[in-house]
Write a protein that binds this ligand. Structure first.
Ligand code: MOS
Length: 694
């Protein structure tokens, strides 16, 4: 038997690439069952209060209008796990933009016109949407996101900080950020004899299936959720969102299939955001820069609907030597939309502050910022005392410094001029935890030599489909083309969402297991397969559930070069370079795309992206891509991602740590540190727009 060369680790092209660029790939809003009606949601126009009356007669009289759903007539829902899904169930308005009605009509235009004609009366209440570091409503929650304890103390920070030879104490402020994927959230729902089928734009259809079953009182088998192609999510599609719930309610009410694409201008209020944070970081060090005391204290907001605590102080528990440490979170419930997951939640915000503080410490101690980080490499994870399964941050820093040309750097700030431009370079470290969830998969070998892998993975643009085929082909020693992979439906073997940079590890583990079992079974059939082929099934509940004695994280280093225009205040990034240690890289083409995509998002976080809470109206003012500025290609002139091959046996059979999020972490700090190097001014509030520079 001749084995095909393993496709794992090769730059295989995305399987759906051609379908996507030719328009053949269909997204959630592109499924139109016969008789499909269209819905348009109606957001509350007060910042807090109650709906007291809905005048729908005028709207109902307009052409094509089928129904107006409100708390008065919408189907009653079961209690959701996530209270943001309790839609149209009562009169309460917890924040501006909360959905108070849904119009259903024969066309989207007619639905929209009727939504405009709807008159809703409210009883307004005083609202409070302003996050301040001394807000009287601040409290310490039990946990920050991800089940992390809200507060951790080691040693005696206050005494150690007071005794330190070098000290920094600074507060960094981050505005809210919005995920704004290219594809707005959309769903098409239909009921057939009590079976609910929904095409939804989601990072994981199983969670949507679970939520719909619970809300509509159905068995899980009576709900099918399909998320075949998804145009990005960045966390905003990581949990079930209003659109599948509203579409299913409208379909139930009207007896017709219903399609609902959330208008971009409504997204800022209903699909989550990265919560704003005010972060105080204090570092105390010996004269040589070795940290003796570290405090990272985070203040953030949540809504009155659901507690969500951005875990921004958590990476400080992993990064650096810190015998005396305090890390904590406080949160206040405001009348704001509920914050949620956004690419590298916790790490992206927290590492901006921590890595900016490290740069300030480097300046204060007179130590090169790369060298400072090398001097603070811990032997074990500071917070847990566990050994790292692998940690190659030092190698990333050294390799990045070499590639970037860091050794030629003059540390003096504000001395490199090119006409009106000031130039500077900066560095920051990056990290992201290794996560994995139980998954199941099946593998089938057909007599014609082809294979079928089934797993409810989701490809949100990452290349998941392709990489899973590579994993299967590797285990089966089969040509890549002989492996078909079916993903993106809750009717497939249960699997977790595309989130937490854990998709490939989670799904890949179950695919690996199913294919390993299949390869063994095939050994018994050397004389040819039975007509029905051979099938195996695998579930990784047990393996994944085993506690690891290791601290498992990916690491990276970012280098940035910026120019600051002293006349206009405009900052432009000239070069961005990242080096990562993230376990085994399974597909260099799709991995590079993930890394530079994350870095581009970090560039946006540093320079252009920000959502402004209007205190009077209680809403985010940036509601479209004309006002919420994500970087375009012209903003990203030279961007490079590299990696260090890391062979870590303590992860999963595939050996990857996850790469979807680490690219964004640390990029904003690298850019901000470069701005300090260019100008000598330390700006501690993102984004670094021209008004802040001048
Ligand atoms: Mo990501 S914020 O885990 O979808």
């Amino acid at each position: 038997m001749t084995h095909a060369p393993s496709p794992l680790g090769t730059p295989a092209v995305r399987r759906e690439a051609r379908d996507k660029v030719t328009g053949a790939a269909r997204y959630a809003a592109e499924h139109t069952p016969p008789g499909c009606a269209h819905a348009w949601p109606v957001p509350a126009t007060v910042a807090r209060g109650r709906v007291t009356a809905v005048h729908a007669d005028e709207a109902l009289a307009l052409p094509g209008v089928l129904a107006v759903l409100t708390h008065e007539n919408a189907p009653r829902l079961g209690e959701p796990d996530d209270p943001t899904l309790a839609l149209l169930q009562n009169t309460r308005v917890p924040h501006r933009g909360w959905y108070v009605a849904l119009v259903v009509a024969d066309t989207p235009e007619n639905a929209r016109a009727a939504a405009d004609a709807l008159r809703i009366e409210y009883a307004r209440e005083e609202h409070d949407v302003r996050l301040t570091a001394d807000h009287p409503g601040l409290y310490t929650p039990e946990q920050a996101n991800g089940g992390h304890p809200a507060v951790r103390e080691r040693g005696d920070f206050d005494t150690a900080f007071a005794a330190a030879a070098v000290r920094t104490d600074a507060t960094y402020t981050l505005t809210a950020l919005h995920n704004h994927p290219m594809e707005p959230h959309a769903a098409t729902a239909r009921w057939d004899d009590g079976h609910l089928t929904v095409h939804d734009s989601a990072q994981g259809s199983r969670a949507v299936q679970d939520a719909l079953a619970r809300l509509f009182g159905l068995e899980k088998n009576d709900v099918t959720v399909v998320s075949e192609h998804v145009g990005g999510g960045f966390g905003s599609k990581g949990t079930p969102r209003p659109q599948p719930v509203l579409a299913a309610m409208a379909a139930l009410h009207t007896g017709r299939p219903v399609k609902l694409a959330l208008p971009r201008r409504q997204l800022a209020a209903v699909v989550g955001h990265r919560a704003p944070t005010v972060q105080r970081v204090r570092l105390g060090a010996r004269a040589d820069g070795v940290i003796t005391a570290l405090a990272h204290e985070v203040v953030t907001h949540t809504s009155t609907v659901n507690e969500f605590v951005e875990q921004a102080a958590v990476p400080a528990r992993t990064m650096y030597t810190s015998p005396h440490s305090r890390t904590g979170h406080r949160v206040v419930e405001l009348d704001v939309p509920t914050p949620s997951w956004m690419r590298a939640p916790g790490e992206a915000s927290g590492m901006y502050a921590l890595e900016s503080a490290m740069d300030e410490l480097a300046v204060a101690a007179g130590v090169d910022p790369v060298e400072l980080r090398l001097r603070n490499e811990p032997d074990t994870e500071p917070d847990s005392g566990r050994p790292f399964s692998s940690r190659h941050l030092a190698e990333c820093l050294r390799e990045g410094a070499r590639r970037f040309g860091w050794e030629r750097r003059d540390p003096r700030p504000g001395v490199r001029r090119e006409g009106d431009l000031l130039l500077g370079t900066g560095v920051a470290a990056s990290t992201y935890p290794v996560m994995v969830s139980p998954s199941s998969a099946t593998a089938h070998a057909a007599p014609d030599g082809t294979y079928l892998i089934r797993v409810n993975a989701t490809d949100i643009g990452t290349g998941a489909r392709t990489v899973l085929a590579q994993i299967a082909a590797d285990v089966l020693a089969a040509p890549l083309e002989s492996v078909r992979v079916d993903i993106g439906s809750s009717d497939l073997p249960a699997a977790p969402l595309a989130g937490g940079s854990s998709g490939t590890a989670s799904w890949g583990w179950s695919v690996h297991k199913a294919c390993t079992a299949l390869a063994e079974r095939l050994g018994d059939h050397s004389g040819g397969l039975p007509a029905e082929g051979v099938s195996t099934a695998a579930d990784t509940e047990e393996e994944v559930g085993r506690e690891s004695p290791y601290a498992r994280h990916a690491f990276g280093a970012h280098f940035a070069e910026v120019q600051v225009d002293t006349v206009t205040g405009e900052i432009r990034v000239r070069r961005l370079l990242g080096v990562y240690a993230a376990g085994r890289i399974l597909n260099p083409r799709t991995a590079r795309s993930q890394f530079i995509g994350g870095m581009t998002m970090g560039l946006g976080m540093a320079l252009t992206e920000g959502s402004t809470m209007d205190a009077a109206f209680g809403e985010y003012t940036e509601k479209d891509l004309a006002s919420y500025h994500v970087p375009a290609c012209a903003d990203v002139p030279a961007i490079e991602a590299h990696w260090i091959d890391e062979d870590d046996p303590h992860l999963n059979p595939v050996g990857g740590k996850g790469i979807g999020e680490i690219g964004v972490v640390g990029t904003a700090a690298a850019v901000a540190n470069a701005v300090h190097h260019a100008t000598g001014a330390r700006l501690r509030e993102l984004p670094l727009t021209p008004d802040k520079v001048l």
